[in-house]
Design a protein around this ligand. Structure first.
Ligand code: PLP
Length: 215
């Protein structure tokens, strides 16, 4: 697999779904990948990347941004409130807003710093106890609460349970986004991004299919 293969598959999936070409943003998930795998993807022109951890992103991306120009960086992993300020300075989007305390911290810091990344509310569509994300039953109330804090909410995000058909989870997330007026849908990874696009994904998060298996 390679970047151009993945781009071609996204375009094909857009067409199959009757969606406009370019309506899906590819987030290249560079977490835990060595530099020699990331640089060729930057050289090929990819500028949208995803990382799981604030610390890792802080170590790698300032230098690459200096070298390659503006990078659109997305935080995909859980965010602790004590890392929130650093995350807001590093990332253009955060996909893991999932609890009131974090929403309040981001709102306070946004006032202080004067800007806030685009925010996706992470929904634990499988209601898995070990997984981050607001429970589906609590999603509407939480989204209303975060909106009232004037946070720039743009969409919703999910990670379906492994070994389950992801389609119902994508459909469920699309429904939660639609009924709450959040148009962006962050869903679909290496193994299921075409299914996610069929269900309306606007952001697919693809790692190993581009870069190879993580060590
Ligand atoms: C690691 C990760 C991805 C990418 O997973 P792949 O299977 O390598 O495509 C996408 N989203 C999140 C939240 C991740 O943690």
């Amino acid at each position: 697999m390679s970047l151009s293969d993945i781009r071609a598959r996204i375009t094909a999936a857009e067409t199959t779904a009757g969606r406009a070409s370019g309506s899906v943003t590819l987030i290249a998930v560079s977490k835990e990948q060595p530099e020699e795998r990331v640089l060729p993807v930057l050289q090929a022109g990819q500028r949208v990347f995803g990382e799981n951890r604030v610390q890792d992103a802080a170590r790698k991306w300032p230098e690459w941004s200096g070298q390659f120009g503006a990078i659109d960086l997305h935080l995909l992993g859980p965010l602790q409130t004590n890392k929130a300020r650093q995350a807001m300075e590093l990332f253009q989007s955060i996909h893991s807003l999932d609890r009131p305390k974090l929403a309040r911290t981001l709102a306070r810091l946004a006032q202080e710093i004067g800007h806030c990344p685009n925010l996706f509310v992470q929904v634990n569509t499988g209601a898995e106890p070990q997984k981050a994300g607001i429970l589906p039953a609590d999603a509407d109330a939480f989204i209303a609460e975060a909106s009232a804090l004037d946070l720039p909410l743009v969409g919703v995000m999910c990670i379906p349970p492994v070994n389950e058909d992801p389609a119902p989870h994508f459909a469920h997330l699309a429904d939660i986004g639609a009924r709450n007026g959040l148009p962006k849908l962050s869903m679909g990874m290496s193994d299921d991004f075409e299914i996610a696009i069929a269900h309306g994904a606007t952001h697919v998060r693809v790692g190993s299919a581009i870069f190879g298996a993580r060590e």
